[in-house]
Design a binder for this molecule. Structure first.
Ligand SMILES: [Fe+2]
Length: 482
C-alpha cells in the first residue's frame, strides 16, 4: 500500500485502508475502488489523502501502532467525556504499544475535520507513550502520561465551535477564550480521586513552555514535570502534522525541524530527541524524488533513524540507500511536496479572504548578513523592509509607514532593540506586534521580552521553519500548534 493525497487520487484506484468518520462509521471501505464521488466525499470530510494499493506497492504493509478498534473506542470516550473509560483505554493503549515489537509511526493518520479534537487526543496519547518508551520509563509512568494525553483537551469540547473550528484569524478575545481550554480540562478532573496529581498537573500545564512563555501560569522548565513536557511535545507534533481548515499539514520532516528549532524555548531537548527516534522522516508508502531524478516509493525504514530507507523505483527495482554503492543518492523531496512557500501563502491568503494583501515585515538588525539572510528567507512571502538600526525604524514609523510586524534584533549598538521597540510602542500605542531576535536565551532576556509584551522571540542561530511558523502565528492570530 502507499499514500496518495486526494489531489492525486484517481477513480479505479484500490483503497488499501478503510476510512472512518468521527463516529467510527466506515466512510469508504478497504478493497473498494475509488470513484469520483467517493474522492469528493472524502475531500469534503477534510481528509488529506488515503492509502491505495497497486502493483508497485502491494507488498508494502503499513501497520498501525494501535488497532483501529481501540482508536475508535478512544475517540468515543473522549467525545463522551467519559473519564473512567478514558483511563481504561489509556491502559490498553500502553499494553498494545508494549506488545508491538516494531514500533513505527509510518501510518499517516486518516482523519476528518470534524473529529479533530478526538483524533488528536488519541494520536497524542500514542505519541506520548512512544516518547516515554524511548525515555525508558516504566509501564506505570507510561500509563500516567497516556491518560493525561487522552484527557488533555477535554476542555476544548466547551469552547464554542465558531472559535474552535474557525477557518481564519482568531481575534485577540477569541484567542483568549481558546486559551482557557487547558484550565477547563483541569477543572473537569481536579476533584476526582482516581486521577493522579501528576496527570492533573500535566493536563493543566500542557501549553507551558520551558522558558516560561506559555500559559496558563508562565511556569518554566524547572517547575514542569517530565510528563507535562512529554505531553507538550506530543501535542504540538500532532497539531503541526494535522490538516486543519486554516492550514496544510506539516510533513514529519518539517514538524521535526520546528520542534528542534524550539528546543529550550518551548520544549525540553531530551523529549524531542526521544520522539525523533521513532518519527520516520520519510514514512513508508510515500512517494519521493531522488537526487538522480528517479521517483520512488519508500519501501522500508531500517533502524531508528530513518534517513536511509529502502526505496522502490517505478521500474519495481529496490534500492537500499544505506549501502555504500547507493549512499550518494539522496532523497530530495516528497514528490507531492506541499511546502511550496508561495503556493501555501497564496492559499492562506485565500482562506483569510485577503487575496491581494502582502504583509509588510520590518526587519531591524545591525548585521548586514542577518538582514540579508532574513530577506532571502522571507522575500517570496512578504514585503520585507530591512533596516540597519533602531533610529531608521523609528523614523519610518513616524513617517507613517507602518509594517504588519517588526522583527527586532535585541543586541544592537547605540539604540538596542528593546529601547527601539519601547519608543515605537509609545508612538503606535503598541499596535504593531514585535518578534524579538536574540543570541541569548536566559531568563533575563525572556523576562524583558515579556515585559515588552513581545509577540514572540527567536534565538539565534534560528531555524527557518520555526521563524516562518512564528511569523504566520503572529500575523494570523492563531497558532499552527493549536
Ligand atoms: Fe491544548
Amino acid at each position: 500500500m502507499r499514500y496518495v493525497t486526494l489531489d492525486e487520487a484517481k477513480p479505479n484506484m484500490m483503497l488499501a485502508y478503510r476510512v472512518y468518520d468521527s463516529f467510527g462509521h466506515i466512510l469508504v471501505n478497504n478493497d473498494t475502488m475509488l470513484t469520483e464521488q467517493s474522492i469528493s466525499k472524502l475531500k469534503e470530510y477534510g481528509l488529506d489523502g488515503v492509502y491505495i494499493t497497486d502493483s508497485l506497492s502491494d507488498d508494502i504493509c503499513i501497520e498501525p501502532v494501535i488497532t483501529p478498534e481501540l482508536r475508535n473506542e478512544g475517540l468515543e470516550c473522549v467525545r463522551e467525556g467519559n473519564i473512567e473509560k478514558c483511563q481504561e483505554i489509556s491502559k490498553e493503549i500502553v499494553k498494545q504499544i508494549l506488545n508491538n515489537d516494531m514500533l513505527s509511526l509510518d501510518l499517516t493518520d486518516l482523519r476528518t475535520y470534524d473529529d479533530y479534537t478526538y483524533a488528536h487526543s488519541i494520536n497524542v496519547a500514542v505519541l506520548c507513550c512512544i516518547i516515554a518508551f524511548g525515555m525508558k520509563m516504566g509501564e506505570k509512568d507510561m500509563e500516567q502520561v497516556v491518560t493525561a494525553a487522552v484527557l488533555h483537551d477535554l476542555g476544548k469540547l466547551e469552547i464554542p465551535d465558531e472559535i474552535l473550528n474557525k477557518p481564519g484569524r482568531l481575534t485577540k478575545e477569541e484567542y483568549e477564550v481558546m486559551k482557557t481550554h487547558s484550565t477547563i480540562s483541569y477543572e473537569l478532573i481536579k476533584d476526582r480521586w482516581d486521577v493522579s496529581a501528576q496527570v492533573k498537573a500535566a493536563v493543566l500545564y500542557h501549553h507551558e513552555n520551558v522558558d516560561g512563555s506559555g500559559y496558563p501560569s508562565g511556569l518554566t522548565g524547572e517547575e514542569l514535570t517530565i510528563l507535562t513536557k512529554i505531553l507538550h511535545v506530543a501535542d504540538v507534533y500532532d497539531a503541526l502534522t494535522a490538516k486543519r481548515p486554516y492550514k496544510e499539514p506539516y510533513s514529519p520532516f518539517e514538524a521535526c525541524e520546528y520542534l528542534m528549532g524550539a528546543c529550550g524555548i518551548m520544549f525540553e531537548k531530551s523529549v524531542v530527541e526521544s520522539l525523533m527516534k521513532y518519527v520516520p522522516l520519510y514514512p513508508k508508502g510515500t512517494l519521493v524524488t531522488l537526487s538522480n531524478n528517479n521517483e520512488a516509493i519508500i519501501y522500508e525504514n531500517i533502524g531508528i533513524h530513518n534517513l536511509r530507507p529502502i526505496v522502490r523505483l517505478m521500474t519495481g527495482e529496490l534500492l537500499d540507500l544505506s549501502l555504500p554503492e547507493t549512499y550518494n543518492i539522496t532523497i530530495l523531496r516528497k514528490s507531492d511536496d506541499k511546502f511550496d512557500p508561495i503556493a501555501s501563502e497564496d492559499e492562506r491568503r485565500k482562506m483569510l479572504g485577503t487575496p491581494q494583501k502582502k504583509y509588510r515585515i520590518m526587519v531591524v538588525d545591525d548585521m548586514a548578513s542577518n538582514l540579508h539572510a532574513m530577506r532571502e528567507m522571507l522575500k517570496n512571502l512578504y514585503d520585507v523592509v530591512p533596516l540597519k538600526d533602531g533610529y531608521k525604524a523609528i523614523s519610518q514609523i513616524k513617517d507613517h509607514v507602518w509594517p504588519d510586524l517588526i522583527i527586532m534584533d535585541i543586541d544592537m549598538p547605540k539604540l538596542n532593540g528593546i529601547d527601539t521597540a519601547r519608543i515605537i510602542n509609545e508612538f503606535t500605542g503598541g499596535k504593531i506586534p514585535v518578534l524579538y531576535v536574540t543570541a541569548l536565551c536566559d531568563k533575563q532576556t525572556v523576562m524583558m521580552c515579556h515585559s515588552m509584551k513581545a509577540a514572540g522571540y527567536i534565538v539565534k542561530p534560528y531555524n527557518p521553519v520555526f521563524v516562518k511558523s512564528e511569523i504566520r502565528r503572529i500575523l494570523r492570530g492563531r497558532s499552527d500548534t493549536e
